[in-house]
Design a protein around this ligand. Structure first.
Ligand code: FAD
Length: 449
C-alpha cells in the first residue's frame, strides 16, 4: 500500500501515533522490528505496545494527580492506549492497571481493523531521507538506526544511558535553612545550597553506603559509569572525603544564615548539597551530581535528612538505566521535528519523556501534528497549562538542555499557581487544565477523529 507517512516502532508511542494519523484518514506504514526476526533485550514477544515491566499506567485520579490528568486528556483525544487500557483493565484501586497480553492484543486488533494502516514486521536501519516519518523506537532503539540518528543529530545529542539526579519542587525547599549563591560569588546567585555540619555529613555518607540499591538488569550490566555521572553511592564508597571534594564541596560557599560579628558573610559549612534550576519556569531544581541507584523509598528517606530538604517533594527520583534518548530541547523544534530534517518527527521515550503513559502521550501529539501538517492545517500546541502542553513544552525547549534527562509528567512542569493555597493546588492545576483542554479542543485546534 502506498503510504502518506511512515511510523517506525510499534511500541506505546508508535501505535498511538499510527492510530491518530489513520483516524484522520492518512495512510500509515507502521514498521515494527519484533516479529521480523529482531527484538530488544526487554521485550518478550512480538505484540504491538508490549509493556516491558510493570502492568500499571499509574494513578487514574484526574483530580489530584498529574498522570491521572494526562489519562483524562488522552481520553478526550480518543487515545488508542487509553481505549485498549479500558478493555484490558484489572482491579488496582485508584491506579489504572491492565492485563498486558489483553492490552497488547487490543492495540493490535484496533490498528489492524483500520484499512489505512499497514503493519510491517521489519527493522528500519536509517532515518528516512524524505517523506513524513515518525520515529518512535523507544529506549532500546536498534543499534543501526541509533547510529543513523546520532549521525543526524551529532553524537553528543543522543544518549545511550540516563544518569538521573533527583528533582525537587522549589516550593518544598526550606529557604530559612538553604540560601542562594554561586561558589566564590562568581556569576549570579544561581544555586540553592543546603548546609551540612560534620555529623550530618558523616551520617549521610553512611546512609548512602548502607542504603538498598537497585540492581542493573542482566543486559544493563555493562553500563559504563562516566566519571562525570557516577552514582553518588559509588563515589561515597571510594572514601569518606570523596563527596566533600566532589559534588558536596563546600569551598567558596559562605552560609549567610551562620553570619556572626566576626564572620559577617557567614561560614563555609562542612559539606554542601547544591540544587540547580531545571526548567525555565523555575519550579523544578535538580540535586547536582546526585544520580543514584538507591531504591526510591531509600532516596526519599535519606535525602530528607539533608538540612533544608526535610519536607522536600520530589518531582523525580534518581536512577541510572540503559536508555536511548535525544537531547530534545536542543535538536527538536516545538513540533517534535528534527531541526535540519523536518520530515522526521520523534515520539515516545526517545524524546526524553519517561513512562508508558507519557510515551503514548507524545506519540498522540506527534500523530495529530503530523496529520495537521500533511493536511495543510494550522496546528496550535495544547495550552501549557494542560498535561499534554506542559510535557510537550518541557521536552521541546523549556527543559535545560545542558542537564536534560528523562522526565515523568508532574505538576512542576505546569505554570505555577502559587497564589492558590498549597492544600488545594493540585485540584486547581487539574481544574485549569481541564477547562483549557476543553477550550483548545472546541476551537478545533485538533480536528475530531
Ligand atoms: C526495561 C524497561 C522497563 C521499563 N518499565 C517501565 C514501567 O514499569 N513503567 C513505565 O511507565 N515505563 C517503563 N519503562 C519506560 C518506558 O515507558 C517504556 O520503555 C515504554 O515502552 C516506552 O514507549 P515507546 O513507545 O517510546 O518505546 P517502546 O514501547 O519500547 O517501543 C519501541 C518499539 O520500537 C521497536 N524498534 C526499535 N528499533 C526499531 C527499528 N530500528 N526498526 C523497527 N522497530 C524498532 C521496538 O521493538 C519497540 O517495539 C521501562 C523501560 C525499560 C527499558
Amino acid at each position: 500500500m502506498a503510504h502518506d507517512i511512515h511510523v517506525i516502532g510499534g511500541g506505546l508511542a508508535g501505535s498511538e501515533a499510527a492510530w491518530q494519523l489513520a483516524r484522520r484518514g492518512l495512510r500509515v506504514r507502521l514498521s515494527e522490528m519484533r516479529g521480523g526476526g529482531d527484538s530488544t533485550p526487554a521485550h518478550q514477544g512480538d505484540g504491538l505496545a508490549e509493556l516491558v515491566c510493570s502492568n500499571s499506567f499509574r494513578s487514574d485520579d484526574s483530580e489530584k494527580n498529574a498522570v491521572g490528568l494526562l489519562h483524562h486528556e488522552m481520553r478526550a483525544l480518543d487515545s488508542l492506549v487509553m481505549r485498549a487500557g479500558e478493555v484490558a483493565r484489572v482491579p488496582a484501586g485508584s491506579a489504572m492497571a491492565v492485563d498486558r497480553d489483553v492490552f497488547s492484543a487490543a492495540v493490535e486488533r484496533e490498528l489492524g481493523a483500520l484499512p489505512n494502516v499497514e503493519i510491517v514486521r521489519e527493522r528500519i536501519d536509517a532515518l528516512p531521507a524524505a517523506g513524513p516519518a515518525i520515529v518512535a523506537t523507544g529506549p532500546l532503539t536498534a543499534a543501526t538506526l541509533a547510529s543513523s540518528i546520532a549521525q543526524a543529530t551529532g553524537q553528543d545529542s543522543l544518549a545511550f544511558f540516563d544518569a538521573i539526579a533527583p528533582i525537587v519542587h522549589r516550593d518544598s525547599i526550606d529557604m530559612d535553612t538553604c540560601w542562594m549563591a554561586a561558589r566564590w560569588d562568581k556569576g549570579g546567585k544561581d544555586y540553592i545550597n543546603c548546609p551540612l555540619n560534620r555529623e550530618q555529613y558523616e551520617a549521610f555518607v553512611q546512609g548512602l553506603l548502607d542504603g538498598e540499591k537497585t540492581e542493573f538488569r542482566e543486559w544493563e550490566a555493562n553500563t559504563p559509569y562516566f566519571e562525570g555521572c557516577m552514582p553518588i553511592e559509588v563515589m561515597a564508597s571510594r572514601g569518606p572525603e570523596t563527596l566533600r571534594f566532589g559534588p558536596m564541596k563546600p569551598v567558596g560557599l559562605d552560609n549567610p544564615h551562620w553570619a556572626t560579628a566576626e564572620h559577617p558573610n557567614g561560614r563555609w559549612p562542612y559539606a554542601v548539597v547544591q540544587l540547580r534550576q531545571d526548567n525555565k519556569l523555575g519550579t523544578l531544581w535538580n540535586m547536582v551530581g546526585f544520580q543514584t541507584k538507591l531504591k526510591h523509598a531509600e532516596q526519599v528517606r535519606l535525602f530528607r535528612t539533608i538540612p533544608g530538604l526535610e519536607n522536600a517533594e520530589f518531582a523525580r527520583l534518581g536512577g541510572l538505566h540503559r536508555n536511548t534518548f535525544l537531547n530534545s530541547p536542543m535538536v527538536l523544534d516545538r513540533q517534535l521535528r528534527l531541526k535540519g530534517a523536518e520530515n522526521v518527527r520523534f515520539a515516545g521515550q526517545i524524546t526524553g519523556c519517561e513512562g508508558y503513559v507519557e510515551s503514548a502521550a507524545v506519540g498522540l501529539m506527534a500523530g495529530i501534528m503530523a496529520a495537521a501538517e500533511i493536511g495543510g492545517r494550522e496546528w496550535n500546541s495544547p495550552p501549557r497549562t494542560t498535561a499534554l502542553g506542559a510535557l510537550l513544552a518541557h521536552i521541546t525547549g523549556d527543559a535545560e538542555a545542558e542537564t536534560y534527562q528523562p522526565m515523568n509528567i508532574n505538576f512542576g512542569l505546569f505554570p505555577p499557581l502559587s497564589e492558590v493555597r498549597k492544600k488545594v493546588r493540585k485540584e486547581a492545576y487539574t481544574d485549569r487544565a481541564k477547562a483549557d483542554l476543553a477550550r483548545w479542543v472546541s476551537e478545533r485546534s485538533v480536528e475530531p477523529a
